[in-house]
Write a new protein. Structure first.
Length: 186
């Protein structure tokens, strides 16, 4: 019964939140481009502020793997895999001041070679953004709590197979998927 009350309270908070927004450091409809760095996702990112929702997408490379592979003595193709990381978040900004926002929401991080398949994790996220006063740039940290592992692979006969996996251990994967970076608003 307590879970139902908690879920209802969270739904109510997210329903009321858009009506209680204060003046934003970034106006609704603005686009911010930037860079992010993390163990499994280092690359470029775009953030679109839609008012009560923000959409974030990025194309990255897993530099953490390359670092560990170099320590293990890997060379050539084993050092740099033909693998990319694609990130996507949908969050709801909660202003905690004129320039600081907490953005709870959902996120997904997928690994793909853009040919044979895709696999990744999805779950909740909490993004903290601080926009430098009177400037058009800010800093962020995006913490992920994966709850689902997913994947799809294309077979040789133009067929695909895939699956979804849930485990209580998946939130620990968030230690590897957390990123930090900077955004520049237009």
């Amino acid at each position: 019964m307590k879970k139902i009350h908690l879920i209802l309270i969270l739904v109510l908070v997210f329903a009321i939140m858009p009506a209680t927004q204060v003046a934003a450091a970034r106006p609704a409809g603005s686009i911010a481009l930037g860079v992010q760095g993390g163990f499994l996702a280092t690359g470029i990112v775009a953030d679109i502020n839609l008012g009560f929702l923000a959409i974030n997408a990025g194309v990255n490379y897993p530099l953490g793997y390359t670092y560990i592979a170099s320590l293990a003595g890997a060379e050539g193709e084993d050092l740099f895999l033909p693998l990319f990381t694609v990130t996507a978040d949908v969050t709801s900004p909660m202003p905690l001041g004129d320039n600081f926002y907490l953005k709870p929401g959902v996120s997904a991080i997928a690994f793909t070679d853009f040919e044979s398949g895709i696999g990744g994790v999805a779950g909740a996220c909490l993004k903290a953004e601080y926009w430098i006063p009177n400037q058009n740039y800010g800093l962020f940290v995006n913490m992920n709590v994966p709850v689902m592992l997913f994947g799809a692979v294309a077979n040789d006969l133009d067929e695909t197979s895939g699956g979804i996996y849930f485990s209580p251990w998946l939130p620990l994967f968030g230690l590897l998927t957390t990123t930090a970076g900077a955004l520049w608003s237009f």
